[in-house]
Write a protein that binds this ligand. Structure first.
Ligand code: PAF
Length: 288
């Protein structure tokens, strides 16, 4: 009944909750390992999945948990209703445009991959729309804290504002999320990025459920000791999701007639960092 595309930190967390509710989800993933392990609430557990090349037609919901920039690769393997668990803005829009159907979801659990083990760090919740009621029931039965809302869009934009504030600043400074509170310059940048994202959302007619600046600072405090997903990507030499976070704020802002100069500067700085890292890796490979 349930399929998952992408078995990174969030995909593994979703599989874990489904396992706890008695489901073994079908999974399409590029990360082929002999076993998938999650460390949650102090315990290490093996996550059971049925690996497939594409999700079978019996699947009712495809939980799309690939990085936003990999959405294109998920299109051909989706079955049933896609429910998109991604950071930022753009992945869900692409799925809806190509497949004519798609539901947004937001995850506020902190989960990170350390080597081959996914670690659940801190409490959070999964926000789902009413149309994903059966999925919500299954995740809840597996121990997840799930909130059902009539419209996920305001929560997706609020999370994007939080990511636009914390992720690039921590990635550029190579610091834990707490830097956004402790360093006044970092804090000013993060606050401005969140404020701009909020202004874009407002212009698009999305009413955020909380003040974006206050929410960014609240999340930074709650995840003070975490390395943001963008910093983890930078440290691992992977592409980041900045195009779908700060880049999306700038793009959607321009379409709606709102400038977002701080998001633009942060987007450019992270793109420069991505390019610099791949340059260094290229030189190291050709020298070694
Ligand atoms: O992307 C992330 O790292 C997380 O969404 C957040 C909330 C910034 C915490 O690290």
């Amino acid at each position: 009944m349930f399929g998952i595309i992408g078995l990174g930190a969030i995909g593994t967390l979703l599989a874990y909750f489904l396992n706890k509710a008695g489901h073994v989800p079908y999974v399409v993933t590029r990360t082929r390992r002999s076993k998938y392990v999650i460390k949650a609430w102090g315990l290490e557990e093996v996550v059971e999945v049925a690996l497939v090349e594409r999700l079978p037609p019996t699947v009712r919901y495809s939980l799309v948990a690939v990085k936003a920039y990999d959405t294109e690769s998920a299109l051909g393997v989706i079955a049933g209703i896609p429910v998109v668990f991604q950071n930022g803005i753009g992945g869900l829009e692409l799925i809806k445009e190509r497949l004519g159907v798609g539901l947004g979801a937001v995850v506020t659990y902190g989960a990170a991959r350390a080597g081959d083990i996914v670690e659940l760090r801190g409490l959070g919740e999964i926000i789902l729309p009413e149309e994903a009621g059966d999925l919500a029931d299954a995740l809840r039965a597996g121990g997840a804290s799930v909130k059902i809302v009539p419209d996920v869009e305001p929560y997706r934009w609020l999370k994007t504002a939080v990511n636009a504030a914390i992720n690039p600043v921590t990635a550029l400074l190579r610091a834990k999320n707490g830097v956004v509170l402790d360093n006044p310059y970092a804090r000013a940048l993060a606050e401005a990025a969140a404020r701009e994202a909020g202004a874009v959302a407002e212009r698009l007619g999305v009413r955020l459920p909380a003040d974006p600046v206050e929410e960014a600072l609240r999340v930074a405090a709650a995840t003070r000791e975490n390395y943001s997903s963008m910093l983890q990507d930078v440290l691992a030499g992977r592409r980041t999701e900045v195009d779908y976070i700060n880049g999306a704020v700038v793009r959607r802002g321009r379409e709606a007639g709102v400038e977002a100069p701080i998001n633009y500067a942060l987007w450019m700085a992270v793109k420069a960092l991505e390019g610099y890292i791949s340059d260094v890796q290229y030189r190291q490979r050709s020298e070694g």
